[in-house]
Design a binder for this molecule. Structure first.
Ligand code: PA5
Length: 445
């Protein structure tokens, strides 16, 4: 049992945090760890993710069988979902896929309400042979619900009622919600999201694993990586021995020193959606009661030419977590050109990966010198097993981190505010009072 594919290096926090700062938190971390593992912490009804890498095993065959059917019979699987109901799958698929050609077996819909995109998307998929996986735990989230209705309506002109029903797979609450009712009455095939698993902790459930399997990746290896990480995280409550705890404790120590923005920096475009998944996980888990570290991200070296100036010399509210990958899949060597007209022979013979690594090392010391404390999460390889370790590592770390902040990491009450206003503005029954308050605000009264 190990955290073998993932390691955390905090050496460049040293101007801000020494071992004594971390050790000073050991008692609080031990309490958080034991409350989490004993299920006595805040939000203890939502801890199903802790043992998910074991619980999911009995469902893997069914997930893989349906994935194989979709691979054989469809140009695309359209996943309809937003937030935790789609980001994990997208993070995995884009990370594991060919970085340039990507993987278009899975298409994403229902994660925004952009009208032009929606029209163009529907136009495209009408020409294709598609299956749909609509993912919504509550079954009431507006963006995916509207998108599902639009897609059903369009596709009902293309497929018979029975054929359309055969092509729809729902992933929703075990027994309640509108999507579960629709599933039962239309006889859709379905996967259940257990009551004790929240959206952003659901990537290792059918929410994430069905789309990932359809995209052709090895979900058993992802689950194996997560299982090994889960075991390591459960067994060890020492900050210096358990990297997930060390990461949570280091973030908390930085927060106490006024560092309230964390930049998650990657050096691979394919990790862009890992950062998006990470931002949702940390933002929605921690940002409560006017507390928390604001999570943001940068793709380097690209963003060194946009955000780099601020990171190096702007307000000193930031700290940075790099995600690096130990070994690229492909080596590409920069050629020697005798004329050296572009004066680049000093890197001739080196791989692009080597140059990228020097960019990382150069950046982390430049940021360190500029009083931007940073740490590095390194994945040994870009593969399914390592990714499973990464998913579980950050889930465990954010749980501890939220408990250190004294908030419930497993709810998201703040997400309701915009929904209430939107429902009121759209005239949904039951929102009349809210509508009259809004009308006054809008009219400047
Ligand atoms: O992490 C969460 O709980 C949220 O981001 C949800 O996943 C998101 O709001 C979508 O909710 P639902 O699956 O109910 O449609």
């Amino acid at each position: 049992m190990s955290q073998s594919a993932l390691s955390l290096d905090i050496a460049l926090l040293k101007k801000y945090i020494v071992d004594a700062d971390l050790e000073a938190q050991q008692t609080r971390v031990t309490t958080a760890h034991s409350r989490l593992m004993n299920k006595t912490c805040m939000g203890h009804d939502f801890l199903g993710w802790i043992h998910l890498p074991w619980r999911i095993e009995s469902e893997l065959d069914r997930i893989q069988n349906i994935a194989a059917e979709i691979q054989d019979n469809a140009d695309h699987l359209i996943i309809i979902g937003i937030g935790g109901s789609y980001l994990g799958a997208r993070a995995a698929i884009e990370f594991l896929a060919d970085p340039f050609l990507r993987n278009d077996k899975v298409l994403y819909f229902g994660h925004h309400l952009g009208s032009d995109y929606t029209a163009s998307f529907l136009d495209y998929v009408m020409q294709k042979n598609v299956y749909i996986n609509v993912i919504s735990k509550s079954g009431t989230t507006t963006e995916p619900a509207v998108s599902f209705r639009l897609l059903r309506h369009m596709l009902s002109g293309k497929y018979s009622q029975d054929e359309l029903a055969r092509r729809i797979i729902t992933t929703t609450d075990v027994s309640s919600g509108i999507l579960r009712e629709m599933t039962n009455s239309a006889n859709y095939r379905s996967f259940a999201i257990q009551d004790d698993i929240g959206g952003r902790f659901s990537v290792l459930s059918p929410v994430g694993l069905l789309p990932i399997a359809v995209a052709g990746f090895d979900i058993e290896a992802i689950v194996a990586g997560a299982r090994d990480m889960a075991q390591a995280c459960a067994n060890e409550s020492g900050i210096l021995e358990n990297d997930a705890l060390k990461y949570a404790a280091a973030r908390y120590a930085l927060y106490q020193k006024g560092k309230c923005v964390e930049v998650f920096s990657t050096f691979e475009p394919g990790a862009y959606f890992i950062a998006e998944w990470w931002k949702q996980l940390f933002g929605e888990s921690e940002g409560k009661e006017h507390k928390g570290i604001f999570p943001t991200s940068a793709t380097l070296t690209t963003d060194l030419h946009s955000l780099g100036q601020f990171m190096q010399e702007g307000s000193r509210i930031l700290f940075e977590t790099f995600l690096t990958i130990g070994k690229s899949r492909f080596d590409i060597v920069i050629p020697t050109i005798n004329s050296d007209a572009d004066k680049l022979n000093f890197v001739a013979g080196q791989t692009v990966e080597f140059v990228n690594q020097q960019a990382y090392v150069g950046t982390k010391y430049a940021h360190f010198d500029g009083d931007l404390p940073n740490m590095t999460v390194e994945l040994s390889e870009r593969n399914e097993y390592a990714l499973g370790q990464l998913f579980y590592f950050f889930e465990f770390a954010v749980a501890i981190s939220g408990l250190l902040l004294g908030i419930n990491p497993f709810n998201q009450p703040g997400v309701e505010a915009y929904k209430q206003n939107m429902f009121a503005l759209l005239g949904k029954d039951g929102y009349e009072e809210r509508k009259s308050v809004l009308d006054k605000q809008i009219n400047g009264e």
